[in-house]
Design a protein around this ligand. Sequence first.
Ligand SMILES: [Zn+2]
Length: 253
Amino acid sequence: MILVVAVLFGLVVGSFLNVVIHRVPLRQSIVWPSSRCPHCEAPIKSFDNVPLLSYLLLRGKCRNCGARISPRYPLVEGLTGLLFGIAAYRYGLSLELVSALILIGVLVALAGTDLEYRLLPNAIVFPATVVGLVLSVALEPSRWWVYLISTVGVAGALFALAIARPGGMGMGDVKMGGMLGAFLGLYALLAVFLGAALGAIIAGVLMATGRMQRRTALPFGVFLAVAGVLVSFVGPQIWGTYSELFVAMIGEV
Ligand SMILES: [Zn+2]
């Protein structure tokens, strides 16, 4: 039951995240005006604004002008619904779930703005960092300092990397890394490591297939978002497997 509620809630949140992705980087209000067709500017009626369902019923076209609606909208809705469902399965009804859902929503929004505008807006990252710290400290009051150190430490480490290799990471990635520290504590380091590995693999594939030049910068925030979601679900398990492998390798030597 809670799974169904979580997925439906995720679809609605995903619909809101579409507005955030589209408007926050342009510094537009996310409440006003109501959603419009980007082509003909006709306001979208509430019965045409049902997540996933409306897109299917309208067959991906605006009811007023027939312009194609980007598949990004149902994709963001469906992805958020799916991830909310997995989080509910993983955490059950708990404060951990609240923290996980907020982190997922923020990461979907940041992946979207990074893909669409190459931006990780402060208007999303800063409030998220504060909320993440408050929730983490509420969950583990005795380890409040771990989350504070992780926030400052991960941002600091990425800042050093950004300075050492200009053109790679941006300040947006630095701040996003700190935000992950607020939610995930030391596991944020694992997320950064996984994100970088994922980025390197994708870049390798794109270059091997000739679809990317060596100098093209990939939106690192997207990989950081994917890794952040993964670590929030199975961070300890990934770390456990990794350290076992490491110990096994040392044993071989
Ligand atoms: Zn239209």
